[in-house]
Write a protein that binds this ligand. Structure first.
Ligand SMILES: Cc1cc2nc3c(=O)[nH]c(=O)nc-3n(C[C@H](O)[C@H](O)[C@H](O)COP(=O)(O)O)c2cc1C
Length: 249
């Protein structure tokens, strides 16, 4: 055990922040940490937009499904998959990079790069005693989000990251059992084993919710996930991504 592992294992999303902005220094450390993540072939296919304008934050909070903590936090970052600068690189060097930039592979590279950078940012913030919450809700209406943030083609805001000093202690959400997630040498495809593991995990999750809500909420993990997956969501995404000239071939 060391401090870094403790920070990682201590993660829980924070959804209520003190009215205390992050310092310039904290912001710089968070962004440098994000940028220190590994990046596929050194491509650095992401951008991070810090939103400080109150009106913009309010609008983003609404677009994200009225999530108040998008507006009320110490700082709000938006992590974007970004292949725009690579188009610029093509222009600078006189090379034809467009077919490659528009491929599914490069789209995946940009998604992976962005997620790795964001998680480094999140951990850096948490290691400084700050709380974080990722905000996928901004994908409810990306057309509007892109307008607010004035992003060009080949840039897709993927999620926000609300950061700030936590208002209260929250509890840690139990994760899937180790054996369920970690396979050795080959993937375990035995659905019976999977179901047994999930049944015991359901009990853990159900007790977690009951304790947290004084018995009011009894959800299981499989119930919650099945309910979520039963409904389609953000089905505009494929067309939207392609309209931004990504994932075209
Ligand atoms: C990409 C991403 C998007 C998320 N979007 C939201 C969101 O819009 N609103 C929210 O309250 N939590 C959001 N979360 C937080 C998850 O709900 C949370 O991580 C999950 O329930 C596990 O809880 P924990 O982070 O407290 O361990 C998001 C997490 C990720 C990774």
């Amino acid at each position: 055990m060391n401090e870094m592992i403790e920070t990682i294992l201590n993660h829980r999303s924070v959804r209520s922040f003190k009215d205390e902005p992050l310092t310039e220094e904290q912001i710089k450390i968070i962004i440098s940490s994000a940028q220190s993540a590994s990046t596929s072939s050194y491509i650095q296919a992401y951008s991070i937009i810090g939103v400080t304008d109150k009106k913009k934050k309010k609008k983003l909070a609404e677009l994200a499904g009225n999530q108040s903590y998008v507006e009320l936090n110490g700082h709000f970052f938006v992590f974007c998959a970004d292949l725009y600068r690579h188009e610029v690189v093509g222009k600078m060097t006189g090379k034809d990079v467009i077919s490659s930039i528009e491929s599914t592979e490069k789209f995946m590279v940009a998604l992976i790069d962005t997620a790795l950078a964001a998680q480094n940012a999140a951990l850096a913030a948490e290691s400084m005693g700050l709380g974080i919450c990722y905000i996928g809700g901004i994908r409810n209406n990306l057309e509007q989000v892109c307008k607010i943030l004035k992003t060009p083609d080949r840039v897709i805001p993927l999620f926000g990251l609300a950061v700030g000093y936590p208002n209260k202690e929250t509890t840690k959400k139990p994760r899937l059992p180790f054996e369920h997630v970690y396979h050795e040498n080959e993937y375990c495809q035995d659905a019976e084993i999977y179901m047994k593991q999930l049944e015991s995990y359901d009990q853990v999750v159900s007790s977690y919710y009951q304790e947290r809500t004084m018995g009011k909420r009894k959800d299981t993990w499989t119930g919650q996930i099945a309910n979520m997956l039963e409904r389609q969501s953000r089905m505009y995404m494929k067309d939207f991504v392609q309209s931004k000239k990504m994932n075209l071939r």
